[in-house]
Design a protein around this ligand. Sequence first.
Ligand SMILES: Cc1cc2nc3c(=O)[nH]c(=O)nc-3n(C[C@H](O)[C@H](O)[C@H](O)COP(=O)(O)OP(=O)(O)OC[C@H]3O[C@@H](n4cnc5c(N)ncnc54)[C@H](O)[C@@H]3O)c2cc1C
Length: 338
Amino acid sequence: VTALVTPAPNQARVETDVLVVGAGPAGLYAAYYAGFRGLSVSVVDSLSEPGGQLTALYPEKLIYDVAGFPAIRGRELVEALVRQAAPFRPQYLLGEQARHMQRLADRITVTTEAGTCISCRAVVVTAGIGTFTPRPLPAGEEFLGRGLVYFVRDLKDFAGRDVLVVGGGDSAFDWALALEPIARSVTLVHRRAAFRAHQHTVNQVLASSVQVLTDRQVQRVSGSASVERAEVVHRPSGTVEAYDVQAVIAALGFTADLGPLTGWGLVIRDRHVVVDTRMGTGVPGVFAAGDITDYPGKVRLISVGFGEAAIALNNAATFIDPRADLFPGHSTETPAVA
Ligand SMILES: Cc1cc2nc3c(=O)[nH]c(=O)nc-3n(C[C@H](O)[C@H](O)[C@H](O)COP(=O)(O)OP(=O)(O)OC[C@H]3O[C@@H](n4cnc5c(N)ncnc54)[C@H](O)[C@@H]3O)c2cc1C
């Protein structure tokens, strides 16, 4: 899937028809839909991976209520969405938070924290519950990308390695369980004695070969080129234990914050953006879809976000070109270009 996520060229200015803010399921489907409508599209997300909540919070969980899929893993749904959009070559700006928005004549300019300036004709805000920022490890941040990760991109990357998973929530336990048959060893470290993960998963991990260490915290990560060792302190006694590991997965959760979006002139009610039946926000050219939207009867689900993304994009297409039909035609008659 990484091969299909075409990064935007490393340039300070990007020109596109539609900018999608947020690469969760609604944003990825909006990217497909922009392409289907013949519009060029860029997708910006503060996370380094596409998939929003699915990637950050439950990549290994099965989802049962996506139309057409009796059961699909979060990770697999994200892969399928990226593949569906890929023929239209969306440009991805990952690891960049969208900060400022400005309307100038018939164009909208959005600037990211990295200084990239995206000039577009319409914006679709699919920012979910806001920017996800991984909670950092208390020590060892300098090894990020050199053995320390926040996401498991591909389980195979950990084949034959000694892995330390840090955290006591669902992600930590899901990853420990998924890696157990692949890695040489898996050790899970949690700073408390109680876990937040589902009891069923906790039981599965406890019954597996995963070594579970509680009341402990990583206090140092060391190595030359990449992670070789982690020092863990047993908090009640202060005893320090050293583990030879080649990978550390920090699964300490994420903070989410609407942050800069609150300054875009959108009507925000209880941390959500109020939209009309066109998914319009009231700011000309700015539409929204997915968990972030609010209207009477709103239901926050992936399937609802998909429908809203289609509504938002078709209305964005008529905003960009008022002569365009709102109805896109049937995809059966206009398949994606290869
Ligand atoms: C544990 C769990 C289980 C769930 N199970 C189900 C289920 O079974 N079925 C179901 O339908 N739903 C389920 N959900 C809910 C589902 O995940 C959400 O409805 C869905 O992810 C919303 O998609 P979205 O694209 O609107 O937003 P998100 O998935 O939240 O993605 C938004 C993205 O926008 C990015 N972003 C925000 N602000 C900015 C900014 N300023 N600049 C750049 N990027 C930004 C964020 O980093 C994030 O990646 C579950 C949720 C959780 C937590």
